[in-house]
Design a binder for this molecule. Structure first.
Ligand SMILES: [Zn+2]
Length: 165
């Protein structure tokens, strides 16, 4: 009989596995494997790759993990990236340098309590995309969903961005 498990953060149901997971982002092995599939699709095709930065931000913010120096930093950095994209209209190509600059302020970061429910869109929904155009549209929707769901903490991010970056 097949055994299943649900990812603790995104709720994705997959076959139970003892596979690898990320060092501090928290997911089921099945969810992490699906994310690996999605990344492979992006690395193999530049049209899919055009939204890669948003994919990385969305997955990290959907699987924030437990409080630790790494997870505290991860939330600020990925939320700053999405804030810059959605609120300031920064280009996707600028996001990795924005993330890097954000790390300079890590001494001011505190644990931002994750939203209760982050389960509306999962990595499996993005993998349903049949074309690059669909993929890009779905990743943007996914990233926007995570950005909005983390809305309660936007002002903390905005303060740093507006003052320093
Ligand atoms: Zn998950």
């Amino acid at each position: 009989m097949m055994e299943y498990e649900c990812c603790v953060w995104c709720g994705l149901k997959t076959e139970k596995s003892a596979g690898a997971v990320h060092r501090y982002l928290e997911s089921s092995p099945g969810c992490w494997a699906k994310y690996g599939e999605l990344l492979a699709r992006e690395y193999e095709n530049y049209e899919y790759m055009s939204v890669h930065e948003l994919t990385v931000d969305a997955y990290a913010l959907q699987h924030p993990g437990k409080e630790s120096p790494q997870t505290i930093g991860s939330i600020y950095i990925h939320l700053a990236s999405l804030y810059s994209y959605f609120m300031f209209g920064r280009r996707i190509s600028e996001l990795s340098s924005i993330r890097k600059k954000m790390t300079r302020y890590k001494d001011t970061f505190v644990w931002l309590t994750p939203p209760e429910d982050l389960k509306a869109i999962t990595v499996a929904d993005i993998l349903e995309s049949k074309t690059a155009v669909q993929h890009c549209a779905n990743v943007k929707k996914w990233a926007e969903y995570l950005f909005e769901t983390w809305g309660i903490h936007h002002s903390k991010i905005a303060n740093i961005l507006v003052t320093n970056l």
